[in-house]
Design a protein around this ligand. Structure first.
Ligand SMILES: [Zn+2]
Length: 354
């Protein structure tokens, strides 16, 4: 069966259908953190190349950067997130791609950020019948399970009214990202318990669509392997715990794989086979953007010392080498190429009629 979404932002039941389709066809979509139009364009170019939908997300820091680091951090993160959504909404059709728009980790102290974005989403919904974003994430994994699920349930009740979904986190993703350092967290917390996933399912499933970032030894960032053992079977055991009680197998839960960077294709395939529909990728795409820019700067070093004068002559102009378009586009291309590989690792290439 070919599954083809119209270009534009995927929301509401279309989003649930998309994730269900991914599970039925054993594939997942990359969720790429963007920080401005350059990285957003690279993400959409990758989706265009493989003919599949893509998940574009901003973290709190990424949203602030999108709006500009010149802005106040708190207000800038809301304004930047709203601007990022409007930007992608306005140009996704030109790329001819379907985009899931999402925001990344929001711990308890960042709930006001999420509330600011939801208020903008509600206003947008009132005007257009569509939310700004497809979904938001709340990461209350540092709180008790009860508090995590209660706040998440209240948020989901609000989101579902405007055709939005929620991603929650159970257990802690290791490593460091966006200034949150979990690299020394207790090892037991790096593994979600199937009983917690069952409790989340029973609390949230009656309210609206949600996905779960479960921890199975995955970490943010790329580290030397060996410190934490990756155990994707935790995902399978969590699916089974829900199916055993509710009989709605094989994969009642939409799982999110955080910290996909640095994972082997085999690890990714195994996680996808247990119902992962979304894999976050950030560190690998940061590197893919940075590396060609560094190569350019190194290769063109003699042309980037001043506006006039290079090895071809003391009065030769360097304008075309200095122009940020010359080197930023190399970064965009590097990021696009890395994301094409992510689509392939996730089994998504060729599954969407593209
Ligand atoms: Zn994460």
């Amino acid at each position: 069966m070919a599954f083809k979404l119209e270009p534009g932002i995927v929301t509401g039941t279309a989003l649930t259908d998309l994730y269900d389709y991914c599970q039925e066809h054993t594939c997942a979509l990359p969720a790429v953190n963007v920080i401005g139009s350059h990285s957003a364009n690279a993400a959409m170019a990758a989706a265009k190349e493989v003919g599949a939908p893509i998940i574009i997300q901003v973290s709190n820091g990424g949203a602030h950067f999108f709006g500009g680091k010149f802005l106040d951090k708190t207000e800038g993160a809301v304004a930047g997130a709203v601007a990022a959504a409007h930007y992608v909404r306005s140009i996704a059709e030109a790329y001819g791609v379907a985009v899931v728009l999402h925001t990344d980790h929001a711990a308890k102290k960042l709930i006001p950020w999420v509330e600011g974005m939801v208020a903008a989403g509600e206003a947008h919904f009132e005007q257009t019948g569509k939310p700004l974003y497809s979904s938001h994430m709340l990461d209350l994994s540092e709180e008790t399970l009860e508090e995590n699920l209660q706040i998440s349930a209240d948020m989901l009740a609000r989101l579902t009214k405007i055709d939005m979904a929620l991603e929650i986190e159970l257990g802690v993703t290791g490593g460091e990202e966006d200034g949150v350092d979990n690299s020394d967290v207790d090892n037991a917390k790096l593994y979600t318990q199937p009983s917690e996933v069952l409790a989340a399912y029973e609390k949230l499933q009656p309210i609206g669509p949600f996905s779960v970032a479960a921890s199975f030894g995955n970490t943010h960032g790329v580290y030397k392997p060996g410190n934490v053992q990756l155990r994707p079977d935790i995902l399978e055991n969590s699916q089974k715990a829900v199916v055993a009680k509710h009989g709605n197998g094989p994969h009642p839960l939409h799982f999110v794989f955080h910290g996909g960077s640095g994972s082997t294709p085999e690890e990714i395939a195994e996680a996808v086979s247990y119902g992962v529909v979304k894999m976050n990728i950030d560190t690998d795409t940061q590197w893919a953007f940075c590396k060609p820019v560094k190569t350019y700067m190194d290769d063109k070093d003699a042309y980037l010392q001043s506006q006039l004068g290079n090895p071809e002559g003391p009065d030769k102009p360097n304008k075309k080498h200095i122009d940020p378009r010359a080197w930023l586009h190399l970064g965009e291309q590097g990021m696009r190429d890395r994301l094409v590989r992510a689509f392939e690792d996730l089994g998504a290439r060729g599954k969407f009629g593209g």
